[in-house]
Ligand binder design. Structure first.
Ligand SMILES: NC(=O)c1ccc[n+]([C@@H]2O[C@H](COP(=O)([O-])OP(=O)(O)OC[C@H]3O[C@@H](n4cnc5c(N)ncnc54)[C@H](O)[C@@H]3O)[C@@H](O)[C@H]2O)c1
Ligand SMILES: [Zn+2]
Length: 701
């Protein structure tokens, strides 16, 4: 992923892909790459963007999904009834609001209480056990909620789960609950793994998931897994009226149910039980991360129904973070894959909630100023569950002092670190040479809208990078000199080596806009690259403009009394005038020139220019009805791909936008055009169908 473009639609697309990737790593592969706090921050960002731009909510939005599609070697089976997730509450007020929402939804009057069940939220993985005539016939993991993995054989090795239920069990009854590992068993398992030189598990949840989802049930058998029931799926018959009554029946049939499950009248009683469970938390034999409340009456549950990924009649009340004091020993800067600089606090080790903490995040430069912290200070840190610890308070009380100087160069590559006026994060500008960013940039470079080198995707770029074959874009074009090395590698067959080299050769001449876009300059997306290419037409003309802009940028200095922010804005304005291109505003101009002002980047670009020649833009855009206008395509086009339609519009001098707004001049409606068509009608914007568009293209001079 690149950070070249930041319009909300692009960001939502990137978030959808990024969150889906972490869902796969966490839920499917049991190997999360990021901690839960970082993950939760992505989810929150996504929600905030969706709330601000409801029209941009994607079909594959993370807010509409549960877990991840199983990809492993275990058999996949569709759930008879979807398995859902839970909404979260983080405070007593949010719990009261949940109950108030239930009352409003059901239009309950008076103050008759809403009875809730309350029970611990166990940190394990969801499993659905299907009993037919009381016999266990199938066990499935949650998967993506619609399709789970068949773990029947594995589940049969778990002592808590009976083969045969006793008593009057409905003909079909799916018990749902949590497979988990007790804390002591987890510690013992990891100790055994150390001795055997095996893989260590990060936490009990991870160990439980890894142990249950084994191809060989023999492995599962020797892993100490447990089970607690907390609900049900498909049932042939449910002769009960409340959640609590069903849970009592499940217990009577022989399955474990939490002994802390209670029925409570109203939010306040439930909150008391929450406090009681929290007091016992540390002494419980298993990890819990909150308390789950459910509306007790089943007829009300049915009326309340569900939203996209969770029922309306239940909520998980998460435990708050835990805090401790310690000494801040040092502040280090970490560089992310997109060049973001994150300050990390190195701490005197301290135990918080049973875990030894040595690092905590400080988020960004502003946060350091806000906390007023410096190395040597006492600080308060906080962690919640598996969440990354953070510094939440500085305890320095001495005389006033200057803020800790945030480094203005990237610790990985020495390039300048810059921050835009409206942004909190500093970023490394050495995109093409910074080791922290290079793999991402190379993937972007070869991707479809950039150089479009077939066969050079993520996997190969990563291999080539780690093998030292490709460190910069120009190296890609030197691969032909390394044909022997490529062939000698066991991972590539001759034919595919030659196909790849051919695909690379074909790109020695590439349109100027693609060349520019491929550099992955912040804010220079495909559209901006095309604008610039059309304006300057040749790499030489573009280079001359950039050269002039860099000189101007160097010669500008802040005037007395001017803040950093004001100066940055004044500088951006001046650069916009030099760049002088429709569609290029201050942010883009600044990013573009900052990129080329960095000597390392210029070296990489010149090196690349020895290998490839960007082709000049020769075609004038044709005069047409839509020249200078903004066009939006929506729905499914029959005769054109989206890319081709966009190219046509651009060739006619039009600008293509992703969403309909007051600035839109024309909306082209494909089949099944949905909300955008409606919006166009509301705003009174001209629309044409695909045939109408073809006429406009044909008419153009
Ligand atoms: N670090 C990462 O990369 C990463 C990636 C994905 C998800 N996550 C983490 O996973 C969590 C989200 O996962 P989720 O969607 O499964 O939600 P969740 O685990 O927070 O809550 C839903 C689940 O709770 C379980 N549960 C436990 N006790 C229950 C009870 N008494 N009644 C009902 N259900 C009970 C059920 O299995 C249910 O599916 C977040 O905490 C997130 O941070 C982390
Ligand atoms: Zn760097």
């Amino acid at each position: 992923m690149t950070d070249a473009a930041t319009d909300p639609a692009t960001e939502l697309a990137e978030l959808a892909a990024e969150i889906a990737r972490h869902d796969r790593l966490y839920h499917d592969q049991d190997t999360p790459e990021i901690d839960d706090a970082t993950y939760d921050a992505l989810v929150r960002r996504n929600r905030a963007l969706e709330a601000a731009h409801p029209e941009l909510v994607r079909g594959d939005s993370p807010s509409l999904r549960v877990g991840a599609v199983p990809s492993g070697r275990l058999g996949k089976v569709a759930h008879a009834k979807a398995m859902m997730s839970l909404e979260n509450a983080f405070s007593a007020d949010e719990v009261r609001e949940f109950v108030a929402r239930v009352r409003r939804f059901l239009a309950l009057d008076g103050d008759a209480p809403v009875t809730l069940t309350a029970e611990p939220k166990i940190d394990g993985l969801s499993c659905s056990l299907r009993y037919e005539s009381g016999r266990l016939v199938q066990a499935l993991t949650r998967g993506d909620g619609a399709v789970g993995e068949d773990v029947t054989g594995n589940v049969r090795t778990i002592g808590d789960i009976p083969e045969q239920l006793s008593g009057e069990v409905p003909a079909v009854f799916e018990v749902r609950g949590e497979v988990y590992m007790a804390k002591a068993d987890f510690a013992a398992l990891n100790a055994r793994q150390v001795e055997a030189g095996g893989k260590l598990f990060a936490n009990p949840r991870n160990a439980a998931a890894g142990s249950l989802r084994q191809l060989d049930a023999g492995v599962t058998r020797v892993r100490p897994l447990r089970f607690l029931a907390h609900g049900w799926g498909e049932v042939s018959d449910l002769p009960f009226e409340t959640q609590a009554a069903v849970m009592r029946a499940i217990a009577a049939w022989g399955l474990p149910v939490s002994d802390m499950l209670r029925e409570m009248a109203g939010a306040d009683a439930a909150l008391d039980h929450y406090a009681a469970i929290e007091r016992q938390r540390a002494d419980l034999p298993y990890d819990i991360d909150g308390v789950v409340y459910k509306v007790d009456r089943l007829d009300w549950q049915r009326r309340l129904g569900q939203v996209a990924r969770a029922p309306r009649w239940a909520i998980a009340h998460k435990f708050p973070a835990e805090r401790a004091q310690t000494t801040l020993n040092a502040i280090d800067i970490q560089v992310g894959r997109t060049g973001k600089l994150t300050p990390v606090a190195r701490l005197e080790p301290v135990t918080v909630g049973g875990v030894v903490v040595t690092n905590a995040t400080l988020h960004n430069a502003d946060e350091i100023v806000r906390l007023g912290v410096q190395p040597g200070d006492r600080v308060v840190i906080q962690r919640a569950g598996d969440v990354i610890p953070q510094v939440v308070e500085g305890l320095y009380a001495g005389p006033e002092r200057a803020a800790w100087p945030f480094p203005l160069t990237c610790p990985e590559c020495g390039s300048a670190a810059e921050r835009e006026p409206e942004e909190v994060d500093y970023r490394c500008t050495g995109g093409l040479i910074c080791p922290a960013q290079r793999v991402e940039r190379l993937i972007h470079f070869a991707s479809r809208h950039a150089f479009d080198i077939r066969g050079l995707g993520l996997v190969r770029v990563e291999q080539f990078f780690h093998d030292g074959l490709v460190q910069s874009p120009a190296d890609i074009f030197r691969l032909r000199e390394r044909r022997d090395v490529l062939i000698a590698r066991d991972r590539l067959a001759d034919l595919s080596v030659d196909n790849l080299l051919e695909a690379i050769e074909a790109k020695r001449a590439v349109p100027l806009d693609r060349f520019l876009f491929a550099l992955g300059i912040r804010h220079v997306g495909a559209v901006t690259a095309a604008d610039l290419a059309r304006r300057y037409r040749s790499a030489r003309a573009l280079g001359a403009m950039i050269h002039a802009a860099i000189r101007l940028r160097r010669s500008m200095a802040a005037v007395i009394g001017e803040t950093e922010r004001k100066f940055a804005i004044r500088r951006e304005k001046a650069l916009v005038a030099v760049v002088d291109t429709n569609g290029v505003g201050p942010e883009v101009a600044d990013a573009l020139i900052a990129f080329f002002a960095e000597p390392h980047n210029r070296t990489v670009v010149f090196d690349l220019l020895r290998q490839v020649a960007p082709t000049d833009v020769v075609h004038e855009t044709r005069a047409s009805r839509v020249s200078g206008k903004t066009v939006v395509f929506t729905g499914k086009l029959e005769t054109l791909s989206r890319d081709e339609a966009k190219a046509q519009a651009e060739a006619l001098g039009a600008k293509v936008a992703a969403s309909v707004s007051k600035k839109t001049d024309l909306v082209v409606l494909g089949a099944d055009a949905g909300s955008k068509a409606k919006k166009a009608a509301e705003l009174g914007i001209e629309t044409v169908d695909e045939a109408g568009w073809a006429v406009i293209v044909a008419e153009a001079g």
